[in-house]
Design a protein around this ligand. Structure first.
Ligand code: NAD
Length: 419
């Protein structure tokens, strides 16, 4: 079957979630069959001159799931696990996420299978520019607008913007979001995803009648999302008792020294040399007794194997796809309140949307305006999902998917099938 090419464990999980929501919505099977697979998927060879003179050919991907609501939008991931299946799942989740928070954007995702920590600055730049050139005809401000994801950052976005602009013969800042402010980036984009996670945690705590100043939290992943979640939770009085990154984690029941943690991590980009707390593994971090658990690294971290051992009250998914459907069922029985990824981490794409709009208009907003608009959108989306979950008596993930999928489906019905 042709679809097997973009199938793997992660895309099967995304499709499984879609199928459950589609059934609950009573979605027309002729629509469902179209939404189960991406509109377009690209696999490109990315030949890159390494510092030792050798040419290494990396494999790059860009998957465009659905653009019925507007131009494709989605991050670019540099990680050894990147595959067509993983990128396809992430692209599908982007479609539901943009729809859920009411953005006029579709869903896409890209990536290169590589370990960015092993590449020099020169190698990263060459690889990024060649990847951009390979997908040049399939991206554009009105077509598909990339952004940062795991392993990429504002420097990578700047190289993409420059490569695209050189080909067009003029500056095109609106080709990517998550750029440096000096070349058309927006205030508040770097913090947006982490801040958004915390806004949804605040709403969840209010709903559950939980006092956040008496709460503890553990966070997996200390990159763009995880480090901001740690800072913002700490700022509102939550005690951070555990953190972890790819090198392992640290635990202190009395709370870790956050200012020192942020300082060391900003210098070394790793938690490895952190001299406080007790060393723990990533698996141990997820099972810590805490009020709030925030996975902010890879997908499929909470599975049927460890879900039963989780001890949190609120699970806020900073990462995309950190919880498998089997684990979801266990968490439901344990009465863990899950803030699903497409809601919890939507702050990133919301502020990316703001950046794109500002670039198109060449008119820039204040950080206060951006943060207020971000908060308004996420608080509204949270309560729409909560209401749907109460009305339909379903968990938050299914409610969020139902809202996201329903809006896309309605738009597809209006536009019809071009054949
Ligand atoms: P990042 O590259 O900035 O940081 C990733 C972090 O995860 C690092 O601390 C890294 O050490 C850690 N990590 C990597 N592999 C790990 C492993 N096997 N075990 C434990 N930790 C590991 O990435 P990010 O932008 O913070 O993205 C993290 C997650 O959030 C991803 O799932 C991404 O899709 C999602 N997300 C990111 C954004 C965004 O705006 N950056 C938006 C929405 C969702």
């Amino acid at each position: 079957m042709a679809t097997t090419e973009w199938r793997n464990e992660t895309s099967d999980m995304a499709v499984q979630q879609f199928d459950v929501a589609a059934a609950k919505l009573g979605l027309d099977p002729n629509l469902a069959v179209r939404l189960r697979r991406p509109d377009r998927a690209m696999v490109v060879s990315v030949p890159t001159r390494m510092d030792d003179g050798r040419v290494n050919v990396f494999t790059g991907y860009r998957v465009q799931h659905n653009d019925v609501l507007g131009p494709f939008k989605g991050g670019l991931r540099y990680h050894p696990s990147v595959s067509l299946g993983e990128v396809s799942a992430l692209a599908m989740w982007m479609t539901w996420k943009c729809s859920l928070v009411g953005l006029p954007l579709g869903g896409a995702k890209g990536g290169i299978a590589c370990d960015p920590a092993e590449l020099s600055r020169n190698e990263l730049q060459s690889m990024t520019r060649r990847y951009t050139a390979e997908i040049l005809n399939f991206i554009g401000p009105e077509i598909d607008v990339p952004a940062p994801d795991m392993g990429t950052n504002e420097q990578i976005m700047a190289w993409i913007m420059d490569t695209y602009s050189q080909h067009k013969g003029h500056a095109v800042p609106e080709i990517v979001t998550g750029k440096p402010i000096a070349i058309g980036g927006t205030l508040g984009r770097r913090e947006a995803t982490g801040r958004g996670v915390v806004y949804t945690i605040i709403e969840a705590a209010n709903h559950l009648g939980v006092d956040l100043t008496k709460c503890t939290a553990a966070i997996q992943g200390f990159g763009n999302v995880g480090s901001v979640v740690v800072k913002e939770l700490n700022d509102i009085g939550v005690r951070i008792i555990g953190v972890a990154d790819r090198t392992g984690g640290f635990y202190d029941a009395n709370g870790l020294p956050i200012a020192r943690l942020l300082e060391i991590a900003s210098q070394t980009h790793s938690l490895e040399a952190f001299p406080f707390g007790q060393k723990i593994t990533n698996a141990e971090l997820l099972e810590l007794k805490c009020d709030i658990l925030v996975p902010a690294a890879l997908e499929m971290q909470i599975t049927q194997e460890n879900a039963q051992r989780l001890q949190c009250r609120i699970l806020a998914e900073g990462a995309n796809g950190p919880t498998t459907p089997e684990a979801d069922a266990i968490l439901r029985d344990k009465d863990v309140f899950v803030i699903p990824d497409i809601l919890a981490n939507a702050g990133g794409v919301v502020v990316s949307y703001f950046e794109w709009v500002q670039d198109l208009q060449n008119f820039f907003w204040t950080e206060e305006e951006i943060t207020r608009k971000l908060r308004d959108i996420l608080v509204k989306a949270f309560h729409e999902v909560l209401q749907m979950s109460q009305k339909e008596n379903v968990e938050m993930r299914l409610a969020a998917l139902m809202i996201g999928i329903d809006r896309v489906a309605r738009a597809m019905l209006w536009r019809g099938l071009y054949a």
